[in-house]
Write a protein that binds this ligand. Structure first.
Ligand code: SAH
Length: 372
């Protein structure tokens, strides 16, 4: 037995049935019920493996709360609304939202929180985080497990949710596309990447707009579960009315490239060496998410950068207000957090924002250059 029961389990699976897809590997590494990365620990924060926007500053959640409140008002201020968060982590974003909207007449009373979260450890954190606000909340394994309620629209949000979902990679060979798989190296016994066979089925998965420009060695990534969730959310927004806000790092147009990465203790880490002990993510293809929502009949805005989105919501003004009551050290920390969230060389440009809304819903704030 090696030090890692999950590594042994994956190797055994491969020795029994052959190389597995990268999606299967990610599924084991992140979601294995006992040893999966998100199942066994709290990976967030300065002492954890990475830090996300809501953990950097309260301004992030407060401004999203404002966006949600205005969206609700533009829907006519319905008496009930489901506030859904996909992959809520420690619950920091939701608690900042609930605090920020406390004084919006009628909104807090209308809210039922719906958390989509698979990790039992993180569910406990989420429950503690929102306890002070006394808002009813339920937890769900998957978005589609949230039962629709007649006449109750939804506000659906997700920050760094899609990047954690399993991707498949396809590599362009001499004549066609083959899936990149994870196998076991016969000499070293370590996990390694191998190429499957070129098949016409793989060809059909590459968007027609890109297929003609591909060169040998190009890699295309597909996140089936992300597209499925975007489709489910879009259908729900059409049925019950509502809006969606997805924030993640990724690209506004579908493109070639290998973006799979592992991060442990704020450093890049070899992808295959310690499954379950490092976070694994891939860049989100926002064009694919937007396409899925449009094909389901919902509408989407142009993909924005996080910097543009937060500027539109007035983050500079919010920072000034916070600094007015702050000590010198606190004011410096606020400026650093502001730069981290919006500066082009930090999170401001790499992180993107996609807003969707139901076919009969009034467009929410920050829809510019609407595509559909
Ligand atoms: N939104 C949070 C956390 C992002 S990390 C933040 O910004 O800080 C990804 C989150 O998605 C974690 O809460 C993780 O447990 C959850 N998650 C990962 N895969 C999931 C899945 N398949 N279904 C539901 N939640 C998932």
């Amino acid at each position: 037995m090696s030090a890692s029961p999950l590594l042994d389990h994956i190797k055994r699976r491969i020795s029994l049935s052959g190389p597995i897809s990268i999606a299967d590997f990610m599924h084991e590494a992140l979601g294995h019920p006992e040893h999966g990365y998100y199942r066994k620990q709290d990976p967030f924060g300065r002492s954890g493996d990475f830090i996300t926007a809501p953990e950097i500053s309260q301004m992030f959640g407060e401004l999203i709360g404002l966006w949600a409140a205005v969206s609700w008002q533009q829907m006519g201020g319905p008496a009930k609304i489901d506030l859904v968060e996909l992959g809520p982590g420690r619950g920091t974003l939701m608690s900042d939202i609930l605090r920020a909207v406390r004084n919006v007449p009628g909104f807090s009373d209308a809210i039922t929180v719906r958390f989509v979260e698979t990790s039992p450890v993180l569910r406990t954190h989420q429950q503690t985080a929102i306890m002070p606000y006394g808002v009813p909340a339920t937890w769900h394994e998957a978005f589609d497990d949230i039962a629709p309620r007649a006449g109750v629209p939804m506000i659906v949000m997700g920050n760094e949710f899609f990047d954690a979902l399993p991707i498949r990679q396809f590599e362009r060979g001499d004549t066609g596309w083959a899936e990149r798989l994870v196998g076991v190296d016969a000499t070293t016994g370590d996990l390694g990447f191998v190429r499957g066979r070129e098949t016409p089925i793989a060809d059909a998965l590459i968007p027609a707009t890109l297929r003609g420009t591909a060169k040998k060695g190009d890699i295309f990534e597909i996140c089936g579960p992300a597209i499925a969730v975007a489709d489910q959310v879009a259908r729900r927004l059409n049925d019950t009315g509502g809006v969606a806000l997805f924030i993640d790092y990724g690209h506004p147009h579908s493109a070639f490239g290998d973006t799979l990465q592992a991060v442990k203790a704020h450093e890049y880490h070899p992808i295959l060496s310690q499954p379950g002990d490092a976070d694994l993510t891939a860049h989100v293809d926002f064009a694919a998410l937007s396409r899925a929502m449009l094909e389901a009949g919902a509408r989407t805005g142009a993909v924005l950068t996080q910097g543009t989105f937060l500027a539109m919501l007035g983050i500079d003004h919010r920072a000034e207000l916070l600094k007015a009551d702050a000590s010198d050290d606190q004011a410096k920390a606020i400026d650093l957090a502001l730069a981290r969230l919006i500066a082009p060389d930090q999170m401001g440009t790499l992180f993107k924002v996609l807003i969707g809304y139901g076919a009969t819903t009034t467009p929410p704030p920050c829809i510019s250059g609407a595509e559909g």
